[in-house]
Design a protein around this ligand. Structure first.
Ligand code: HEC
Length: 195
């Protein structure tokens, strides 16, 4: 279903993740050892705890980002036929075709949303939170400090995420020129928008 080139991208990402994973386990082990000291009532070196903890967090973020980028890169090279085949395959496993109406729509949404939580999970600093996004203000997550100038500029013209706006955005985020996603490998050959 995927071409050799596409498979290579995924394999490369998996490979680099294995290296990161090894490092992650190491940092976690160091962190656990330090925390065990505390459990045993011994002195605990808080500087070390912060160091190992933040290092582990950074590695996790890098791994997630790397995976997401590989997925995006593959997705941007998929032909319509490949996309359809992949969708059909996924539906076989995820879509309960016997249920009907709203339940099915909600369930389908939940499944599709799993693609988004790669970056938009509640404890992620990679992307803004999507909680309450429908009807909410564009680019207004106070905890997320890295909104691109494009999205901020966009928010001046379109302050609120209406259903319609979200539909367009989700359908084709590329034309929005989200810079930070843009300058990634995934989108390098596509040049749309003002920048
Ligand atoms: C590769 C990581 C990644 C994935 C996967 C991803 N996003 Fe995003 N998303 C971002 C980043 C980064 C931003 C901020 C963009 C900017 O500032 O230009 C963003 C912004 C948004 C915004 C605007 C938020 C706001 O505060 O106004 C919406 C809505 C959104 N994404 C929806 C989605 C949906 C729906 C999906 C799944 C179909 C998705 N995203 C998948 C990284 C991601």
């Amino acid at each position: 279903m995927l071409t050799d080139e596409q498979i290579k991208i995924l394999k490369q990402s998996a490979k680099s993740n294995i290296v990161e994973f090894g490092y992650l386990l190491e940092q976690r082990a160091l962190l656990m050892r330090e925390l065990e000291h505390a459990q045993q009532g011994q002195h605990i070196d808080s500087e070390k705890v912060v160091k190992y903890g933040s290092e582990a967090g950074k590695i996790e973020a890098r791994m997630t980002w790397d995976q997401a980028m590989a997925m995006l890169e593959v997705r941007s090279t998929l032909t319509d036929k490949q996309s359809q085949a992949l969708l059909d395959l996924r539906n076989q496993y995820t879509l309960n075709t016997t249920s009907e109406g709203d339940t099915r729509g909600i369930e389908r949404g939940r499944q599709l949303y799993s693609q988004c939580t790669l970056c938009h999970s509640s404890n992620s600093s990679i992307a803004p939170t999507l909680n309450g996004i429908v009807g909410g203000k564009v680019a207004s997550d106070k905890k997320f400090r890295q909104y691109s100038p494009s999205l901020k500029e966009f928010s001046l013209i379109n302050p609120v995420w209406t259903d319609n706006l979200l539909d367009q955005f989700i359908k084709s985020p590329k034309i929005w020129c989200l810079e930070r996603i843009w300058d990634s490998r995934a989108c390098k050959e596509v040049k749309i928008g003002k920048h």
